[in-house]
Design a protein around this ligand. Structure first.
Ligand code: F58
Length: 835
C-alpha cells in the first residue's frame, strides 16, 4: 500500500469504520461492574439513578481497572529502582477524564455497549463531567498532554501541582461583555482522585532565622517560620495509551494546622476563630488570584512556595526511603520546572540539602543544578516573574538569604571573566535593581538548572538573543529547544473519532502508538474517493458544531460555509483584532457590492481574557458587537456570520477544532512562544493562516508552503520596525480598506448606543501599535483572499487538508517527551505497544 492509494480499501472504509463489535462477555462484565458501583458506591438502583449517578458509577468502574495497572506501575518503578521525573507545574489543564480514561484503557466501545444495554448514552455522561480547568491556557494544557505522554512512554513520573477549589473562571457574555464567575468543578465530588491522608507536609512562612554555631565552629542558619500551613495530597491516576503504565498527578490542597481557634470561638468571636483557617486555605482556593493588589501578589507567591515545598519534601522523602542517600538525588530524580512559577524550588532544595541534611554548599549546588531543568514559555517582559525583595524577605527569609548567596557566588565568578562591566553584572544579577529591588525568577531557574529549553525552534533561538542573552554567554549551550507537542489520543481519537477511523484504515491501528505513520496518508491526498470521505467527516463535524452554536447562541450557521476559527486566550499579541478588522472590511465590501460572488464564511471566536485586562475585554466586546450587526444585516444575507462562543475550555476546543476549515494563528511574529492549538487544527485538517511565529514555522517546514497561508512581518522585521516607531498612521494612510474599517469601528457602526466605545482601541492602533496590527493588515487581508480562491477549488483545498494531517505526526507529544527524556532527564522510554 505504501505510496499507492488503494481504491478497494477506500471503498471499504464504511464497513470497518464502525469497528468490530465488542465481545459479548466483556460487555456483560462491564455492565455488571457499573451496576455494582451504582449500587454500592453511589447507593442508587437503576430506577432512581440520575445521569450524574451513572457518570460516577461508570467512572468508578473504569477507575478500578486503572488502579490495578497503577499499583503495578508503582511497584515496577520501585523494583527497577529507575529514575523518576517530577513535573512541577502550577497548572494542569486536564479537561474531562471519562472518555480519555476509557480510550486509553481501550474500553470505550465495550463501555458504550454496556451502557446502551442499560438504556444510558455514553455521550450524555461525557457532557456531564465538569472540565478540570486547573490552568489558563497553553502552558497548562501542555502539562496535561505531557502527563499523558509520559505515562504512554512508561516514564515513572509524577506531576505536582495545586488542587484549586476553583479553576479558571467561568465566562459568561452579557450584552457582549465578559463576566467572570467562580468555577466549581468539585461541587459534585471528583471520582478520579484519592486523598492520601497519611501524607501531610508542613509549609512554613515568615518568622526569623537563628544562627547556630556547630561544634566544628561552622555557622548554621536555622529558619524558624512564624506560620505553618499543611499541604494535603490528592492523587489522580493518569493512564497512558493502552493502559500499560499509569502515573500519578499529585495535587496539594492547603489546610490550617488547627481547624479553629477554640478559645476565640468560645469567647464568642465565631468569625475571628476561623481567620487562620481562611488565610491558610486561601492558598489553594483559586487558580491565578488577581495580582494587581499587593495582597494578590503575596497570595501568588504563597501558592508558589506552598506547592514547591510540598513537592520537594515529598520527593526527597521518597528518594530517601528508596535509596537512602540524599547525595544520589540527581541520579534518581529529574525535576522539570514548568515556567518560573515553581522556580522557588531551587532555593527550597538548597534549604533542604544545606540546612536539613548538612550538605556543604558547593556540593548542594551541584546536586541542585544536576536535578533541575527549566522550560520557558514566554519572552514577554511583563510575563517574566520578579518578586519584590521586601516581600520575599518577609515571607521566606531563609530563601532570600540563600538567593543572595547564590547570586554573590555567581557574580563573583562572572566578575572574573573578560567582560565584567557594571552593566553586564547588573543584567546577570538575580536581583533587578531597576524598578525597586526584585528577585528575577527566570534567572534563578536558569542558574539552578542544567538545561533550559524553549518550546519551538524560533522561540529557543530568540531566548538566546533576548532575555537570556547574558546568561547564555556565561553558560553557552545550556539553552536547548524542545518543540511542543500534543497528545493524539485526545486531540485526534477522542475529539474526532470518525477521522481517526478513516486514517486508521489507511495506516493501520498502530496510529496512536506511533503517530509518524500518518505519513502513509499523504498519497491519498490525490485520491478522490478518500478526500470525499475526509470532507464528509468534516461536514458532519460542522453540522454538529452548528447545532451547538444554535443551542448556545441562537445563531444559525451554514455548514457549507468556510469555518474560519480563532480560539485561544484573548491577548493583544494574539491579534484577534486583526481578524476582526478583516471581518469588518469584508462586511463593508459585501454591503457595497452585494452582487459579487462572496464565499459564505463563518468567523468563530472563543477565548477568555484575564479579569483585569481591560483591552482584551474590550476586544471580546467588539467581536460580539460586530457579530450582532453583521449577523442581522439583511444585505449580508448570511454570507458572513460572526460568533463568539462563551466559556472556552478544553471540551469546547474538542468540539470546535474538528469542525474548523481555517485555523487562525496570527500573532505578532516573535511573540507566541510556540502555540499548540496550531498543531491540533492542522492534525484535524484545518489549513493554517498564520505568521512566521512559534511552531507555525515548523508546521510550514513540514506541510510545505503550498499547504499553509503564511503572511506578515517576520520576527526580525518586527524588531526592526519597532525601532523605527510603532505608530500605525503610515500603514493606515496607505490602506483605504484599513482606514475605512477603523473608521467604522471608531464612529460607532457596531456600538450605536455608545459610539465612542471603541475609540481607545482605534487610538491605540493609530498611535501606539506595539503589536503591529496595522503593519500586517494588508498582507493578512490579501492572504485571506488567497484562502477564498483556494476554497473555491475544493479539490486543491482537500488535498492540502490531507497533506496537513499526514505531516502532523512529528507534533505528537510522545516525540517531545522522548526528546526531554533523552536529552534533559536521562531516563529510559518504552514506546507503547512494546510491553
Ligand atoms: C503558552 N503560555 C505560550 N502562559 O503562550 C504558548 O505559545 C505555548 O505554546 C504554551 O505556553 C505552551 O508552551 C501560557 O499559556 C500562561 O498561561 C501564563 C500562566 C501564568 C499566568 C499568565 C499566563
Amino acid at each position: 500500500m505504501d505510496g499507492q492509494a488503494d481504491a478497494s480499501l477506500v471503498t471499504n472504509v464504511e464497513a470497518t469504520a464502525a469497528g468490530a463489535a465488542p465481545a459479548v462477555t466483556e460487555v456483560a462484565e462491564i455492565r455488571d461492574r457499573i451496576l455494582e458501583k451504582l449500587k454500592h458506591s453511589v447507593s442508587k438502583n437503576v430506577a432512581s439513578a440520575t445521569p450524574h449517578d451513572w457518570f460516577i458509577a461508570t467512572a468508578l468502574s473504569v477507575r478500578d481497572k486503572i488502579v490495578e495497572s497503577w499499583l503495578n506501575s508503582i511497584d515496577n518503578a520501585k523494583k527497577t529502582g529507575r529514575k523518576r521525573v517530577y513535573y512541577l507545574s502550577l497548572e494542569f489543564l486536564i479537561g474531562r477524564l471519562l472518555i480519555d480514561a476509557l480510550t486509553n484503557m481501550e474500553l470505550i466501545d465495550q463501555t458504550r455497549a454496556a451502557l446502551a444495554e442499560l438504556g444510558v448514552d455514553l455521550e450524555t455522561l461525557r457532557e456531564i463531567e465538569p472540565d478540570a480547568a486547573l490552568g489558563n491556557g497553553g502552558l497548562g494544557r501542555l502539562a496535561a498532554c505531557f502527563m499523558e505522554s509520559m505515562a504512554t512512554l512508561s516514564i515513572a513520573a509524577y506531576g505536582y501541582g495545586i488542587r484549586y477549589d476553583h479553576g479558571l473562571f467561568r465566562q459568561r457574555i452579557k450584552d457582549g461583555r465578559q463576566l467572570e464567575y467562580p468555577e466549581d468543578w468539585l461541587s459534585y465530588g471528583n471520582p478520579w482522585e484519592f486523598q492520601r491522608r497519611e501524607l501531610v507536609y508542613g509549609i512554613g512562612f515568615g518568622g526569623h532565622i537563628e544562627t547556630q554555631t556547630l561544634p566544628d565552629g561552622e555557622l548554621k542558619q536555622v529558619w524558624m517560620p512564624g506560620e505553618t500551613v499543611e499541604a494535603l495530597a490528592y492523587d489522580t491516576p493518569i493512564a497512558g495509551w493502552r493502559g500499560a503504565h499509569i502515573n500519578t498527578l499529585r495535587l496539594w490542597a492547603a489546610r490550617a494546622a488547627d481547624p479553629l481557634r477554640l478559645d476565640m470561638f468560645n469567647s464568642g468571636d465565631h468569625v475571628g476563630a476561623l481567620m487562620d483557617r481562611v488565610r491558610a486555605e486561601s492558598i489553594s482556593k483559586v487558580l491565578y488570584p488577581g495580582d494587581t493588589s499587593p495582597a494578590g501578589q503575596e497570595l501568588r507567591l504563597r501558592q508558589e512556595y506552598f506547592f514547591a515545598s510540598a513537592s520537594l519534601q515529598d520527593l526527597v522523602r521518597r528518594h530517601l526511603s528508596l535509596f537512602g542517600d540524599i547525595r544520589t538525588l540527581a541520579d534518581k530524580a529529574a525535576i522539570q520546572l514548568n515556567d518560573t512559577h515553581p522556580a522557588i524550588a531551587v532555593a527550597e532544595l538548597m534549604h533542604i540539602l544545606v540546612d536539613r541534611h548538612d550538605i556543604p554548599w558547593d556540593e548542594a549546588w551541584g546536586i541542585t543544578k544536576a536535578t533541575f531543568s527549566y522550560t520557558n514559555h514566554t519572552l514577554l517582559p511583563e510575563a517574566l516573574e520578579t518578586w519584590p525583595v521586601p516581600l520575599m524577605e518577609r515571607l521566606l527569609p531563609r530563601h532570600m538569604q540563600i538567593i543572595y548567596l547564590i547570586n554573590a557566588l555567581h557574580l563573583e565568578k562572572v566578575g572574573k571573566g573578560p567582560d565584567a562591566s557594571g552593566a553586564r553584572l547588573a543584567a546577570l544579577s538575580l536581583i533587578d535593581e531597576s524598578h525597586g529591588r526584585r528577585v528575577r525568577m527566570g534567572h534563578l531557574a536558569f542558574l539552578g538548572s542544567h538545561k533550559v529549553n524553549g518550546v519551538s525552534a524560533l522561540h529557543s533561538d530568540l531566548m538566546k538573543t533576548t532575555v537570556f542573552r547574558d546568561l547564555e554567554s556565561v553558560e553557552p549551550g545550556k539553552i536547548t529547544n524542545k518543540t511542543n507537542g500534543i497528545t493524539f489520543r485526545r486531540w485526534l481519537k477522542e475529539a474526532n473519532p470518525a477521522l481517526t477511523s478513516l486514517l486508521t484504515e489507511v495506516v493501520g491501528d498502530t496510529l496512536l502508538d506511533d503517530a509518524t505513520i500518518l505519513e502513509k496518508v499523504a498519497p491519498y491526498a490525490d485520491d478522490a474517493a478518500f478526500t470525499e470521505r475526509y470532507a464528509a467527516i468534516r461536514r458532519a463535524n460542522k453540522v454538529a458544531l452548528s447545532a451547538l452554536v444554535r443551542d448556545r447562541l441562537g445563531v444559525k450557521l451554514d455548514p457549507d460555509a468556510l469555518f474560519d476559527v480563532h480560539i485561544k486566550r484573548i491577548h493583544e499579541y494574539k491579534r484577534q483584532i486583526l481578524n476582526i478588522l478583516e471581518t469588518v472590511a469584508i462586511f463593508e465590501e459585501i454591503r457595497a457590492q452585494p452582487f459579487r460572488e462572496w464565499i459564505p464564511r463563518v468567523k468563530i471566536f472563543a477565548g477568555k481574557a484575564a479579569a483585569s485586562y481591560t483591552t482584551a475585554k474590550l476586544i471580546i466586546q467588539l467581536a460580539n458587537d460586530v457579530g450582532k450587526v453583521v449577523n442581522s444585516d439583511p444585505t449580508v444575507r448570511g454570507l458572513l456570520k460572526v460568533v463568539f462562543l462563551p466559556n472556552y475550555n478544553v471540551s469546547l476546543a474538542e468540539r470546535i477544532i474538528p469542525a474548523a476549515d481555517l485555523s487562525e494563528q496570527i500573532s505578532t511574529a516573535g511573540m507566541e512562544a510556540s502555540g499548540t492549538g496550531n498543531m491540533k487544527f492542522a492534525l484535524n485538517g484545518a489549513l493554517t493562516i498564520g505568521t512566521l511565529d512559534g511552531a507555525n514555522v515548523e508546521i510550514l517546514e513540514r506541510v510545505g508552503a503550498p499547504n499553509i497561508f503564511i503572511f506578515g512581518l517576520t520576527a526580525d522585521q518586527v524588531e526592526a520596525k519597532r525601532t523605527q516607531g510603532i505608530s500605525g498612521q503610515e500603514a493606515i494612510a496607505k490602506s483605504q480598506r484599513l482606514s475605512e474599517a477603523l473608521e467604522s469601528i471608531a464612529s460607532g457602526v457596531f456600538s450605536p448606543e455608545q459610539p465612542d466605545r471603541y475609540r481607545p482601541l482605534v487610538d491605540a492602533l493609530t498611535y501606539n501599535d506595539f503589536f503591529l496590527v496595522t503593519a500586517d493588515f494588508d498582507s493578512y487581508y490579501n492572504m485571506q483572499r488567497d484562502v477564498f480562491r483556494r476554497w473555491r477549488d475544493k479539490k486543491s483545498w482537500w488535498r492540502s487538508a490531507v497533506i496537513n494531517t499526514s505531516n502532523m505526526g512529528w507534533f505528537s507529544s510522545d516525540r517531545t517527551i522522548t526528546e526531554y527524556a533523552q536529552e534533559i532527564w536521562n531516563v529510559p522510554t518504552t514506546p507503547p505497544g512494546r510491553h
